[in-house]
Structures are given as C-alpha cells and as structure tokens.
Design a protein around this ligand. Structure first.
Ligand code: PRX
Length: 626
C-alpha cells in the first residue's frame, strides 16, 4: 500500500485501512519507511481513560539517523536546510544532508564534552539561526531532551520553563536579529538565570556582536568549542518511548504545560503527515515560516521534512522587514514550491499594496498552507488569488502542540479544499464531536466539543513532571477520548470547521496565550485590586487581549509594559480598561463571558444580567469603553 495518498480513492482506502486495523496500518508504515535498530514487540499500548500512551514498544532507533544519516548516505549533496538571514545582503547558507549531519555531529560532540548525557534537559533560547537547528538535532542525536523556548519570551517565562524541566544547560546567543531590532537574548537569559540554580553551563552563540556581560565560570562561547569537534558522533540508540523533547504551551491555569513528545511515534507521525498534507516532491523547496520555538517549527521545519528527505528553509527575520514584500522576495529567491504560514501573517500582508507581491516571481509556488488559527474567508481568497494565482491548493491544517502533527487538513491537490474549513481528518485520525451531556454526537451534521477517539503515534505522552494534570486536562472531561479544547462544526459530508477554543486559551496572532497566566501576572502589580483578562476578535491578529482592571494609580502603559517585561511582548494586552468593579455571580465568580462580549462590541447580546451580584457595573463598563 502506498501510504501517501495520491488520489481521492487512495485517501479513502487509507482512511478505511487505518480504521479497520490501526495497528497493522501504523506498523507497516513504520516498518517500510524508517530505519530501526530493533523492531517493536507491540505496536500500540494505549489506554486513553488513563492518559497512557505508548507506541512501538520494544523498538530502538535514533530519530536523527532517519532525519540525516540515511539521506546523507543516499543523496549526500541534496540540500537539507536553507538558512535565509534577516538581512538579504548577508548570504543565505545551504547545508547538504552530509553537511547538516556533520554540523549536528560536531554540536553533539560539543555537548558531550560539556558533560551532557542521555536524558538530560537542555534549554535553547535562540534566534532562528542554524545553530538552533543543530542544537535541537544534536540533543536528539545523544538522547538529551530539548526544551526550546521561543526567543520572544521574557526572562521570567524563560526562568519558569528552565526550572520546570530542571535544565542543566542553556544555549543562547548574544542577541537575535528580528527586522530592524536586536533582541538582547543573553541579557534576558542572564536575568532568568539569576533564578535558576539548576543551570551549570551556558553556551553562547555569537550572532549580533552585542556587548554582553560574561560569567566566566558559567558561560562558554559556542565558536570556541565548536570548531575543534570532530564530525564523528555515533547516534545514541534510543527506546521508542524515550523522551525526545519538552515544549511548553499555555493552559487554562497560570502555569504553562511542558508537553512531552517521544521518539518513534513522533517521527512516524510527523513524516507521514508532512508527506500526505503537503505532497512534497523530490526536488521541492519547502518553507514553513514558523519559529522553531513553536511546535510548527519542531514538526514542520525540522523533524518532518528532514525525515522525509526534503529541502527545508528557515528564515531568521520577519515578514515586515525591510518591507512587507519580504516573504515574496524569499519565495522568488529560493524558488519555493511549498509555502506554509499563519492566517495572521496572511491578513497583515493582505492589507498592503499589491505591488509588494506583484514585483516578485511567485511562479515556483505549487502548494500553500496555513496553520495556527481559523482562517477567515477573505484572507483565504486573497492568499488563493494573489499568492497562489488560483493555481495552488491551500491546505488549512488543524493541529496542536499536543497532537505532534497535523490532524485535520485537506491533502494538497488530492482532497478538496473548502475555504475556512480544515476539512477531513488524516487517515488514521478518528474524530468525535461531543454534546453538552458529554456524549458523542452520532449525526453527521453537528457542532460540539472536538475530541479524538483513537490513539495516534504523534500524540503527547504527558505533561513534564505532572501526569495528573495531563490526565485531568485532556482525558477526564470525556473519558476514553482526548479532548482538544476546541469547538468544531461538522457538515453533512464530514468536513470540520474549527470554531475556536472552548477554554481560557486565546489564540493571538497564532500564539496560544492563557488568560489565567496574564491575569496572574497583572495581579502581581501591587496597585491592582482585581483583574480579568479575556480575548476578543481582532481584524489582523485573529484575537486580541483585553484586560479589565480594578486598580489605583496605574496607567495603561504601565500595565502593558509590566506584562511585556514579565511574559514577553506577545502577551501584552491590546486594551487595558480601568473599571470600578468586575461583573460577578452571586457566588463571586467573575463573569468573563460578559466581559468577552463587551470587548467584542456585542453589547446587545449580553443575555440576562439581572442575576449578577452587581449588574450595574456592566453599564458602567460599557460606558467606559464607548
Ligand atoms: O485552537 C486551535 C488553533 O491552535 C490551537 C493549538 O495551538 P498550538 O498548540 O500553539 O499549535 C499551533 C500550531 C499547530 C488549536 O487548539 N488552531 C491550530 N490550527 C488551526 C487552529 N484553529 C483553526 N484552524 C486551524 N487550522
């Protein structure tokens, strides 16, 4: 069987085969498409009621041998990674599979020399430089667990993540170029590390030549250690379920969740989904614009494309520098065939002069993709017409940090795209919609809570250090099902449209933000008596954050700055509204639902507020915001 669907009927056959016998389906795919040191004794051993997930037990492998060595052996000169710098006057760098393997091996040897061992946690707080790719893969090579923290996060967020995973090593850079700005990463890391006793050594990549403080007993320059390393670094043989990485995502409580992914299942699923969804061909140049600090970068800049032997591009800069034509300049320059980005980027690019698009030759493009949030029809049409020129299928890919890989999407050119709909689950993915009584809805046309009812290899295994929270968050609302936290609508043909989060997570510009975390942060300001943070629709960002505060002697600017310093600029509220009281139920619970409606300007749809403890405050808030 060909596991990569090429026709609608392949797709149907695969879907059927995966339902009939999931173990046989995944087992054969895994066996035929990867290198293993030892085969598994059990394909899947999962009990969703307990949040127990295990795939390919007994198997041994190293994911980097699948991402690098096998391609270096078969096609050593094929370009594996293209790195495009922030400034176009700096040359791009291309690494062949052999060269990338050599860089990763040298990095791995450097880490080993520093004393890193299998199972150790290493935190990366790096800009989008090649060293980030090398470090991630080097950890995987020696069995260390990587925890990449997005370089836009604040010192406090970084410290929390380092401490949560007890990372012994941190890899950072003197600074990072982002458009016309330099992010002082080493300075932020220094501030974080003042709170992290677990960290022994800090490896520093020199990128911006910025002036930095140096702690001689702790800090080591990357370049001082790297050049002297050899390129010979045998891969550590890992068990299928050994942890590959931790990646933090926001939850409904203030504390971020360290999602854990393991080796074999993640490798199998990211490769399978990459090839099926994007239909990547041998000589394609594939570009995902995400940051490696997010799951999209892990799965679809690095692991998925590399395991599939593709050419993957990583870009250091931003879509708006030096102007809003940057993405299209890169597409032309590298003759990109497959382009994968976020609706927020599309919406903001769509507001610009079309001349910025039309001055570039985009004829290399064959497939377009979006991820991270629902895409509205207007943005979809713009993307289709002006970027795809009506010739490129758009894949709307729904998935999560927790799912490891794409779960719902059309397959480019194979199954139909429907604007604003993620469409159908990938073969092997079994979805369910649940009603308000927590039972599965059998009718095809329905709306409900989106769940997944059968295990798949790429799913997260636990929350680092807190399996109980994992079970409570994902497996207890609907016993026997994985609950995604999203709501969805299903049409008569079985196509899914994601309607948005059902919990207190707000997706701002494609980033998952927990309102509780922002609330906790604002509450730390001594002038704040009470705060409530909600999301509301925003034309470009998809959603934005509105913070309602009862506070004394505080300005909007101070609140925004405080949140930005503590949690990072992406968490900064768009609006800060000072109110005299927050609407509450008689039991004292803040009615965020009402605040959400007010922020969205839907003041006609507040429903019955007479049962509130303090209905009058609602009128006051509406007036303040008018
Ligand atoms: O609400 C869904 C939204 O993003 C959430 C997952 O966020 P994160 O773990 O950061 O991963 C983002 C990249 C995979 C989901 O629960 N989401 C993601 N993709 C889509 C989407 N919403 C609608 N359509 C999508 N294609």
């Amino acid at each position: 069987m060909n596991y990569i669907a090429q026709t609608q009927s392949d797709f149907e056959n695969l879907s059927q085969a995966a339902v009939n016998n999931p173990d046989a389906f995944w087992s054969r795919y895994a066996e035929e498409n990867f290198n293993w040191h030892k085969k598994w004794s059990t394909v899947s051993n999962c009990d969703l009621t307990q949040g127990k997930i295990s795939w390919f037990e007994g198997a041994q492998l190293n994911i980097t041998e699948n991402c690098l060595d096998r391609h270096a052996a078969n096609q050593p000169n094929k370009t594996a990674l293209i790195w495009e710098p922030n400034e176009s006057k700096e040359p791009a760098i291309e690494y062949s599979y052999q060269e990338l393997l050599d860089q990763v091996s040298k990095t791995a040897n450097m880490l080993k020399e520093m004393g890193v061992q299998k199972g150790d946690r290493i935190c990366m707080y790096l800009p989008m430089v090649p060293e980030l790719a090398f470090s991630v893969l080097a950890c995987a090579r020696i069995g260390a667990i990587h925890s990449v923290v997005f370089a836009g996060f604040s010192a406090q967020s970084l410290a929390d993540r380092i401490n949560d995973a007890s990372c012994k090593w941190v890899i950072t850079a003197d600074g990072g170029f982002r458009g016309n700005k330099i992010t002082p990463l080493k300075k932020i890391a220094d501030e974080a590390l003042a709170q992290c006793d677990c960290v022994e050594k800090v490896l520093v990549v020199q990128r911006t030549q910025s002036d930095i403080e140096w702690n001689a007993s702790r800090d080591i320059w990357w370049h001082d250690q790297f050049e002297k390393q050899t390129t010979d670094c045998p891969a550590e043989i890992m068990d299928a379920e050994d942890k590959l990485f931790i990646l933090y995502t926001s939850g409904s409580t203030g504390k971020p969740k360290g999602m854990v992914h393991s080796s074999a299942g993640y490798m199998v699923y990211t490769t399978y989904s990459f090839l099926n969804v994007f239909q990547c061909r041998r000589d394609d140049v594939y570009w995902c614009t995400a940051d490696i600090g997010w799951i999209t970068g892990h799965s679809y800049i690095l692991y998925g494309p590399l395991s599939a032997g593709a050419t993957t591009l990583m870009f250091e800069g931003t879509p708006s520098y030096p102007d809003m034509g940057k993405f299209w300049e890169i597409v032309e320059k590298h003759k990109v065939n497959i382009f994968y980005t976020a609706p927020t980027a599309i919406r903001s690019l769509a507001t610009c002069d079309l001349a910025l698009v039309n001055q570039y030759d985009l004829s290399s493009l064959r497939v377009l993709g979006t991820v991270g949030e629902p895409i509205n029809e207007e943005a979809w049409r713009w993307y289709d017409e002006h970027i795809g020129k009506g010739n490129c299928p758009i894949v709307d890919t729904w998935w999560q940090t927790e799912t490891g890989g794409i779960m719902i999407s059309n397959l480019a050119g194979v199954t139909p795209a429907i604007p604003t709909m993620a469409t159908l689950p990938l073969p092997g993915v079994q979805l369910a919609l649940m009603d308000t009584h927590n039972t599965e809805i059998n009718e095809m046309e329905a709306e409900g809570a989106l769940c997944i009812k059968a295990a798949w290899p790429g799913m997260a295994r636990t929350i680092y250090g807190n399996h109980q929270r994992f079970v409570e968050t994902y497996y207890s609302t609907y016993p026997g099902y994985y609950f995604t936290g999203d709501g969805a609508r299903r049409d008569a043909q079985g196509n899914y449209r994601i309607t948005g989060r059902m919990d207190d997570v707000v997706i701002v510009s494609g980033h998952n933000l927990g309102t509780a975390e922002i609330e906790d942060c604002i509450d730390e300001l001594p002038q704040v008596i009470e705060a409530a943070v909600v999301g509301y629709p925003h034309a470009i960002k998809g959603n934005a954050i509105c913070a309602y505060l009862c506070a004394e002697d505080l300005t909007e600017k101070e609140v925004k700055q405080f949140v930005s310093d503590r949690l990072g600029p992406i968490s900064k509220p768009e609006q800060v509204v000072f109110v005299t009281a927050l609407p509450k139920t008689r039991s004292g619970k803040i009615m965020r639902r009402i605040l959400r409606k007010i922020a969205a300007g839907e003041t006609d749809a507040l429903g019955d507020i007479s049962t509130l403890l303090n209905p009058d405050c609602v009128k006051d808030i509406i007036q303040i915001m008018a």
